[in-house]
Design a protein around this ligand. Structure first.
Ligand code: ADP
Length: 276
């Protein structure tokens, strides 16, 4: 508790009593602590790619003698390019989460989206971050085009595939599996599975909260801000879909997205927009 006290005086200025106000600041302290931790993790997350970019550019600039051959120089440029993309994504995620927090609605740009092509694009981009994972996809021939916002679906898949890689430090397979949801015409499921460290059961209920990170020996060294999954959930719900997680510690984790094929009927529903 935080206490504020003030004397109460009569018209002659003599103290006749004291007013005390007690504020329960437990929660404020908690939020402040989370914010402080958040600022330090975000700063770290911004600095890591910047350090790498600066390092490779300095190396290239200093190489007047042509010590590095063309393929090596190209490799450096590719790393710089990948790290710039990582920074751009992080900043986009931060801006989006702050928009959502301010209760500002998400602008959706609906169009027919071919999830298979989009997944291939996401997996190609993510290959830059790993050499010891197999990234694969498994979609049936007749997988439907869905009505969605392609940039947001990209952001969802990128976050989930990137986590799958990050939290499987020993490598393994990361698969994106698309299916028609059994028994319904109107929905598809997209599962992202990994063979990584998994998530202890007690953390699952809070996993999609903003800033929430599992803190244990396995993943202490792994960087992150704790906003990825909060964003995945908000973006999925903006599509009138939902996201769930199953995990087996030491075996792997699966995130499942359920997305409607068409938005039309959902948008017509009187209270059914669900857009946050
Ligand atoms: P972060 O920036 O920390 O990765 P996220 O919101 O993306 O934040 O994820 C929240 C937490 O959930 C992570 O800190 C991590 O502990 C856990 N997590 C997310 N995805 C996975 C996964 N595929 N395997 C194991 N743990 C995961």
């Amino acid at each position: 508790y935080q206490a504020q006290c003030a004397p109460v005086r009569d018209s002659q200025g003599a103290t006749v009593g004291i007013v005390a106000i007690f504020n329960d600041i437990t929660e404020i302290r908690g939020v402040e602590r989370m914010k402080t931790a958040f600022i330090s993790t975000v700063s770290h997350e911004l600095r890591t790619p910047l350090t790498s970019i600066k390092g490779f550019i300095s190396t290239l600039l200093a190489d007047n003698e042509g010590f590095y051959d063309e393929p090596t120089r190209r490799e450096f440029y590719e790393i710089i390019d990948t790290e710039c993309d990582r920074l751009t994504r992080l900043i986009k995620d931060l801006l989006d989460i702050s928009r959502i927090e301010q209760g500002r609605s998400m602008q959706m740009y609906w169009e027919p989206v071919d999830i298979v092509t989009l997944t291939q694009k996401v997996l190609s981009a993510q290959r830059a971050y790993t050499k010891n994972h197999t990234l694969s996809l498994d979609f049936p021939e007749n997988f439907p085009t869905i009505e969605a916002d392609p940039d947001k679906i990209d952001q969802i898949l990128t976050n989930l595939v990137n986590n799958a890689i990050k939290y499987s430090p020993r490598g393994g397979e990361v698969r994106v599996i698309g299916r028609h949801v059994d028994g319904t015409e109107g929905y598809v499921s997209i599962r992202i599975t990994d063979e990584g460290m998994g998530i202890p059961r007690e953390h699952l209920p809070r996993l999609f909260e903003r800033f929430y990170r599992v803190d244990n020996r396995d993943n202490r060294e792994i960087g992150g801000t704790g906003i990825g999954l909060a964003l995945v959930k908000a973006l999925t719900e903006a599509h009138h879909g939902h996201v769930t997680v199953e995990s087996d510690p030491g075996v792997g984790t699966t995130f499942t997205l359920i997305l409607p094929i068409s938005q039309e009927k959902l948008l017509e529903a009187p209270h059914g927009s669900g857009v946050k």
